[in-house]
Write a protein that binds this ligand. Structure first.
Ligand code: BJ8
Length: 422
């Protein structure tokens, strides 16, 4: 509507390109989401949030800014949301799940860079993302080579802070990460003028833990057969968890989980009992990267878990809440964040253990490993995971793909053949 357009103009978006994006997104969402049968009533909240993701949610961010709050954008689950919230700032994940401005982006990063990186650069250069344009600070991190080098170019386009994330989990590495957590705390305090205290940090830790608890509850409920919720919907929930207001989000997910419990008690599901169950494992899937989940769930299978940063890798571990001093809380944050089993670490054996555990807990019949094309860390781990899982007789299919729709048919043929042999 007119008020939204005015807001987008103020954010200096390219209005006609942005209109085009929303149209494509709306159509894509209709085909992949709204066409599903037996959807839970509680998903209406998610449909609403998604339909207003560039509208009402951006309005909320603008209102927050007008009230003096700062907006922090992130690309990785290593950036502690707890500190952002403690500094009374808003923490949002910047999506990067669609091709946009690719030609321009390829002037700043090599062509053989993963689609996620090209996407956040392309969205910025094409002036398409109201979240990026709303940010007072974007926080990057030294995870994969692609991202850390891309931030050198991206940092010329937006105000940036880059956290050094270590590549191993030794005591020294933890110490390094702790100093980076403290440096991020200082940066936030300077930006917001808010001092991070034991009191506001404790509250923030509890808010984020509650969000993770609600998502853990959702994950556990997906062990039921028939599957009570589609993988697409569960992915959407995890995606929305990165930009919705955390307390409102937690409440709506708990309401949705109540509905799921009722459904399970009645023996109902989104698919018939006995439908083949798949675990999706690998790179994060940012909005609107729904291609592979859609292909999987149109191949006589249902996704029962996402081993990904937009999924269990972000929700599995909670921050210990027993500390009552700021030092103790910072240590608890460091402990928790250094458990993340990102493929950028070496070694990263715990990820293999976590995937096998998820297969068991969720009664999955097989794993589809997903690496974005040109993503070195996850492509390496695909090979390792194939080995580890085959020793346990867990079937796995390794998929490498980007955001384009060109390979949908080919993917479908491979996924169908995999499901058939389960
Ligand atoms: S903690 S997974 S969010 S780094 S797909 S940009 S790895 S080349 S996203 Fe990640 Fe943090 Fe790790 Fe999670 Fe590089 Fe691969 Fe691209 Fe990737």
């Amino acid at each position: 509507d007119a008020a939204h357009t005015e807001m987008w103009e103020k954010l200096n978006l390219d209005i006609s390109a942005h209109d085009g994006l929303l149209e494509v997104l709306g159509k894509f969402y209709g085909d992949i989401y709204l066409s599903q049968e037996n959807r839970l009533k509680g998903m209406e909240y998610l449909d609403f949030v998604l339909s207003e993701v560039h509208g009402l949610r951006i309005k909320e961010l603008q209102d927050a800014k007008a009230a003096g709050k700062k907006i922090i954008g992130t690309f990785c689950v290593f950036v502690p949301e707890e500190l952002t919230l403690a500094a009374n700032a808003v923490h949002v994940g910047l999506c990067s799940g669609a091709d946009a401005g690719t030609d321009e982006a390829e002037k700043l990063v090599p062509r053989n860079t993963c689609a996620l990186i090209k996407s956040f650069i392309g969205f910025k250069l094409a002036r398409l993302c109201p979240f990026t344009e709303s940010c007072d600070l974007v926080v990057g991190e030294t995870t994969c080579d692609g991202k850390k080098k891309a931030y050198e170019a991206f940092g010329k386009l937006v105000p940036m802070h880059v956290m050094e994330v270590p590549q191993t989990k030794t005591m020294d590495a933890k110490q390094l990460f702790k100093s980076e957590v403290l440096r991020y705390k200082d940066t936030l305090e300077e930006l917001t003028g808010v001092e991070i205290t034991a009191e506001n940090l404790q509250k923030a830790i509890s808010i984020v833990n509650e969000k993770r608890r609600a998502l853990q509850r959702l994950s556990r409920l997906r062990a039921a057969d028939p599957a009570p919720i589609s993988g697409r919907d569960a992915l959407l929930i995890n995606q929305v968890s990165f930009y919705d207001d955390p307390e409102r989000f937690t409440q709506s997910i708990n309401t949705l989980c109540d509905q799921i419990e009722e459904r399970i008690a009645q023996g109902d599901g989104v698919v018939p009992a006995g439908t083949k169950r798949l675990l999706l494992s690998g790179c994060p899937m940012a909005v609107p990267n729904w291609k592979l989940p859609y292909v999987m769930e149109s191949s006589n299978a249902v996704i029962v878990g996402e081993e990904s940063c937009i999924g269990s890798r972000n929700t599995r571990d909670l921050v210990d809440e027993s500390a009552d001093t700021i030092e103790g809380m910072i240590d608890a944050l460091v402990e928790r964040y250094m458990k993340i089993d990102c493929a950028c670490f070496t070694p990263n054996d715990e990820r293999m253990v976590n995937v096998a555990n998820m297969v068991n807990e969720l009664n999955a019949d097989g794993v589809i490993h997903y690496a974005l094309s040109f993503c070195q860390p996850y492509a390496h781990e695909a090979i390792k995971m194939q080995e580890v899982l085959s020793e346990k007789d867990i079937p796995m299919l390794s998929v490498e793909t980007g955001y384009s729709m060109e390979d949908v048919e080919q993917l479908k043929t491979r996924v169908e053949a995999f499901v058939e042999m389960l």
